[in-house]
Design a protein around this ligand. Structure first.
Ligand SMILES: *[C@@H]1O[C@H](CO)[C@@H](O)[C@H](O)[C@H]1NC(C)=O
Ligand SMILES: *[C@@H]1O[C@H](CO)[C@@H](O)[C@H](O)[C@H]1NC(C)=O
Length: 204
């Protein structure tokens, strides 16, 4: 590249394009039909079958909020397919605390019971709704959201994700259980270290 290129406006345009961060809209695409497990050269229908949700049909309802996942980790055939599921079981009064999925939106389908849901956008505006059975709700990608079973009856929902590994960042856990210094948290939340310790103790 010659020094005179620096006077060419197109040079700066190319430079801007070349140095802008690569933004991936979702999981990377694959150039094969599917991704085989390591050291395998053939699979059958069993590879594409996940039986880990069968337990939902014959176990008694959980006593606390539980998530049963079918992501790439539990179901390797999802690798490269940009999809996954989670089944969310809410006993009456339970909450799925504020969290984000950094790599995907979440499309929740309420099968049974009632759920109060909400998310917060990047302008800190809160969007809430009370869902009834049969309703779908979309939590946009990467935004903080929660679900709360606000009735005296349990709720069950199925969530679909546009990533084989959407990831979950729990706000309470990420902030208060990872060893961030009490002084930093106290300043950030405009409170004192004793209050921070109290929150930490509750989450331990
Ligand atoms: C499918 O593959 C699995 C694991 O490789 C094997 O255990 C199973 O017997 C196969 N099923 C059929 C119908 O061939
Ligand atoms: C949640 O409930 C399950 C099953 O009902 C139980 O095995 C587990 O110990 C409970 N977890 C907590 C944190 O209470």
């Amino acid at each position: 590249m010659a020094f005179r290129d620096l006077r060419n406006p197109f040079f700066f345009l190319l430079l801007a394009l070349a140095t802008s961060p690569v933004v991936l809209a979702g999981d990377p695409d694959i150039t094969s039909d599917f991704v085989l497990p390591p050291n395998t050269n053939a699979v059958n229908g069993s590879f594409f079958t996940f039986t880990g949700m069968r337990c939902l049909l014959d176990s008694s309802p959980p006593t606390n909020f539980t998530v049963l996942k079918a992501t790439m980790a539990e179901f390797p055939a999802l690798g490269g397919q940009s999809v996954s599921y989670a089944v969310l079981s809410f006993p009456a009064g339970s909450v799925n605390p504020p969290h984000t999925h950094p790599r995907s939106a979440e499309l929740l389908f309420l099968i049974d019971g009632y759920l109060e849901v909400g998310f917060v956008d990047t302008a800190n505006k809160l969007y809430t709704q009370t869902l009834q059975p049969g309703d779908l709700f979309v939590f946009p990608k990467g935004l903080v959201h929660y679900q709360y079973c606000n009735r005296k009856t349990p709720a069950i929902a199925i969530s679909a994700f546009g990533s084989a590994s959407a990831g979950t960042v729990s706000v309470p856990k990420a902030v208060f259980t990872t060893g961030i210094d009490d002084g930093i948290l106290a300043k950030s939340f405009k409170t004192d270290a004793a209050t921070v310790d109290k929150i930490k103790a509750g989450l331990a």
